[in-house]
Structure formats: structure tokens, C-alpha cells
Ligand binder design. Structure first.
Ligand SMILES: Cc1cc2nc3c(=O)[nH]c(=O)nc-3n(C[C@H](O)[C@H](O)[C@H](O)COP(=O)(O)OP(=O)(O)OC[C@H]3O[C@@H](n4cnc5c(N)ncnc54)[C@H](O)[C@@H]3O)c2cc1C
Length: 404
């Protein structure tokens, strides 16, 4: 079949070439951003980098999957090379091998919680083979391999892959020893939350509000789980306050004194910004952890920031750190406990959801305030909407998402 002078087969063949080029460039961006994630964390926060990678990997996958598909549609006989690669045509066959490696890496990144961290790391090494094989394929088999602009782009990506791979390896080597911590004690906080206090050979340097990935070498729980540091940078021991929600958190609760916990981090940019504005912390449930660290940190600052904490839970007994928060009698700190399921008549308590009216009641000048939000996803979304309706500039709303 032909449209004008061009056959449909030619259209699909050309499309196949271009989706291949776009797929390769996006694949390179994916590998580079993954390798530089620790560096990019400083500017965007690791959560944003990880979210970008998740979305971008799907986008890239579409192009990579369409690359052979369009060729097969243009000429069905190509399918035999996918099933039975011809090794005499090396540049072509390396493209096919890259395609299969890509599928393995994609599957592994979706089932990473089921495989050990080590296996996941080996699978990650495959991405470099994926890159070099597809680069060889693009230069020696691709019809646009001689295009000068593409050669410059490929050259740039090649240098970036080498550079980011070295950066990743150096970051890993430097962290090998510092990531081992040992359980000192476990404190029960509420019915379903507890704090683990850890000690290590070296003190972890972090900013209040940052999080780390925790790993265990037991019960096949190798995947990394993110938790915010609930101690302040000035405390001797490192603490995390954890809600018992599933397999990993339950196993942490059952750890014995002296058992090893691997700590990767710190990451994130959910920190106190030095600003003349009043600070409003809006926390829901376990979302109090970064704020607890920041409030303790504020004690050490020369110029104390005015902090108002609006802390929502279902009932009074769900309030984590209530005793510690009540003990803070400083002028710069005010708090309101917002309970949805327990009416308590005391000026410190409100019986409602944290919404527009409540924010209006306690924050006199919303334009002169910086809002930090951390809690359940639905709460974060509603509060963001309320703040925008109240006229708060988006750049003054800082959200930490516990649900990637
Ligand atoms: C930046 C950040 C900071 C966090 N800080 C805290 C904190 O201070 N205290 C706290 O209790 N929780 C925190 N969390 C949530 C915590 O990571 C999850 O509750 C925990 O990983 C659940 O593991 P699980 O196996 O016990 O539960 P599961 O039943 O396996 O999971 C419960 C939910 O936790 C999330 N989750 C599970 N595994 C992971 C993972 N490997 N990576 C990311 N999310 C996962 C998923 O949304 C899942 O639906 C934080 C999450 C993020 C992203």
C-alpha cells in the first residue's frame, strides 16, 4: 500500500529509526540522572529525581518498544532476527541484545522489592552494557549514524555516562563504612509508632528534615525504605520514628539491641529555610517526623524562627511526641492539636480537619508565612488546594511526600 509516492512500509521504517534515536537519547538521560541522583538531590531533592525517573522510564520504554515494532510492521520478516539473532551482523544483533537487556532492567525495577539489593545492583550494571551496545548499534547500523549533529549528541552522552558512572562508584565507595549502624534502643511512641535509636562508628551529618534509606540484612528484606530522621543534627544518636505499616517496619520493630541497620543518606531538601517569614508546619500522623527534628534544631539557631505547628491526628493518643512538644515553652513556638475523632475542649485542641478555615483562624497573615506540609496524600492535596485558595504563593508551600 502507498500514500502518494511513499509506501506505508517506508513510513513505518522511518518511524522505527526515529523512535530508536529518541529512545536511545532518553535511555541515556535515564541512566545519567540515576547515576547522578546523589548530586541532583542537592538541588531538587531525591524524591523529585526518583519521581522523574519513574515517569521518564515509562516514556522511554514506549520509544524503545516501538523501535523494533515499527520495523516489524514495515517488514514482517524482521521478526526472525528478534527470535533468532544473527551474530554475523554484530551491530544489528547488539541492538537486539540491548532490547532484551532493557526488558530485563524494566521488569527488575518493578519487582525490586522481591529481589535482593545486591541482585538489583548487578542488574544495574547491565544498564551500562545496554548503553554501550545500543551506542555501537546506533553508530554502525542506524541509518543516521553518520549525521554530524547526532554524532555530537552521542559523543556528549558517552562522556556523561562515563562521568556519571565514576561519580556513582566513588559515592558508593565513600559510603561503604559510614552506612552501618546498630540498634541502641527502641522506644514506643503510640499504639502503632515507635522510635529506633541508632549508634554508628561515625556520626551522620545531615540537616533537620532530611531522610535516609534503611536496609536490613535479614528476612529477605533487602529493598531500601525511606524514613525521615527524627533526631536533630545536634543529638548524639541517630533516630527514626516509624509507623508499623507492613513487613519491613514490623521487622524493624522486632530487631534486638546491637543488630545492624544499613543507613543510606541523608537525602532531601525539606529543610528549614532561613527566612524572615513565619513558619507554619502542617503535619498529619507520622508526617510529624521532619518537623520534630526541625523544631529541635531551631533551639540551636542564633536567629530563632517563629514556628506554628498544626498537627492533625484522629485522637489524642495518636499524637506522636506530644510530651516533648508540650515541654517546649519557648516564645517562638506555638502548636495546635487538630483531632478529627475526639472533641477536647481546651485552647490547645481543635476538633476538625485541617482546612482553609482552621488555617485562616491561626495564621493571621498568610502572605507573610512559609508553609511546610507533610502527612497523608489526601491531606497534602487538600491543604495545598486550601492554601492556594487563600492566596498563598505556590513557592511558599513546601510539601514532603511520604508516598512515592
Ligand atoms: C521521603 C520519605 C520519608 C518517609 N519518612 C517516614 C517516617 O519518618 N516514618 C514512617 O513511618 N514512614 C516514613 N515514610 C514511609 C515509609 O517509607 C513506608 O511506610 C515504609 O517503607 C513501609 O514499608 P513496609 O514494608 O513496612 O510497609 P508496606 O506494607 O510494604 O508498604 C506500605 C506503603 O509504604 C510505601 N512503601 C513501601 N515500601 C517502600 C519503599 N521501599 N520505598 C518507598 N515507599 C515504600 C508504599 O506506599 C506502600 O503502599 C517515608 C517515606 C518517604 C518517601
Amino acid at each position: 500500500m502507498a500514500v502518494g509516492n511513499i509506501s506505508i512500509a517506508t513510513v513505518f521504517y522511518n518511524l522505527g529509526q526515529w523512535v530508536g534515536i529518541v529512545g536511545f537519547i532518553n535511555l541515556s538521560i535515564l541512566i545519567i540522572s540515576g547515576d547522578l541522583s546523589i548530586f541532583l538531590n542537592r538541588f531538587f531533592g531525591l524524591d523529585k529525581v526518583i519521581k522523574f525517573q519513574r515517569k521518564h522510564s515509562l516514556f522511554t520504554a514506549v520509544f524503545i518498544l516501538l523501535h523494533p515494532l515499527f520495523f516489524i510492521v514495515s517488514d514482517f520478516s524482521y521478526i526472525k532476527y528478534l527470535i533468532n539473532p544473527d551474530f554475523t551482523l554484530l551491530p544489528f544483533t547488539l541492538g537486539i541484545i540491548s532490547f532484551y537487556i532493557f526488558i530485563v532492567v524494566m521488569i527488575a525495577s518493578h519487582i525490586y522489592k522481591l529481589i535482593s539489593y545486591k541482585i538489583w545492583q548487578y542488574i544495574h550494571i547491565l544498564t551500562y552494557f545496554l548503553f554501550f551496545f545500543s551506542l555501537y548499534h546506533a553508530l554502525n547500523w542506524g541509518s543516521h549514524g553518520n549525521n554530524p549533529l547526532l554524532r555530537i549528541i552521542y559523543g556528549f552522552l558517552f562522556i556523561m555516562i562515563i562521568f556519571s558512572g565514576i561519580y556513582r562508584s566513588i559515592s558508593k565507595i565513600r559510603k561503604i563504612n559510614s552506612s552501618k549502624f546498630y540498634l541502641k534502643k527502641i522506644k514506643s511512641e503510640t499504639e502503632d509508632t515507635f522510635t529506633i535509636v541508632l549508634e554508628g562508628k561515625e556520626r551522620l551529618r545531615f540537616k533537620s528534615g532530611q531522610f535516609c534509606f534503611l536496609r536490613l540484612n535479614k528476612n529477605n528484606l533487602h529493598s531500601r525504605h525511606p524514613f525521615t530522621i527524627s533526631s536533630s543534627p545536634y543529638e548524639e544518636n541517630l533516630s527514626f520514628t516509624i509507623k508499623n505499616t507492613g513487613r519491613f517496619t514490623k521487622t524493624v520493630l522486632e530487631l534486638k539491641r546491637g543488630e545492624e541497620i544499613l543507613v543510606d543518606g541523608p537525602f532531601g531538601i525539606f529543610n528549614l529555610i532561613n527566612s524572615k517569614k513565619n513558619i507554619v508546619f502542617i503535619a498529619g500522623g507520622i508526617g510529624i517526623t521532619p518537623f520534630f527534628s526541625m523544631i529541635k534544631d531551631n533551639f540551636q539557631r542564633k536567629e530563632k524562627q517563629n514556628i506554628l505547628l498544626l498537627y492533625g491526628t484522629k485522637t489524642k493518643k495518636d499524637l506522636i511526641f506530644k510530651k516533648n512538644l508540650d515541654n517546649i515553652k519557648e516564645k517562638w513556638f506555638k502548636k495546635v492539636y487538630v483531632l478529627t475523632r475526639e472533641p477536647i475542649s481546651s485552647p490547645q485542641f481543635e476538633n476538625t480537619y485541617i482546612d482553609k478555615n482552621l488555617i485562616k483562624k491561626y495564621v493571621k497573615n498568610v502572605n507573610d508565612s512559609l508553609f511546610y506540609v507533610c502527612g497523608p496524600k489526601s491531606m497534602e492535596d487538600n491543604i495545598k488546594k486550601s492554601l492556594i485558595e487563600l492566596g498563598v504563593n505556590k513557592k511558599n508551600i513546601i510539601i514532603e511526600d511520604f508516598f512515592w
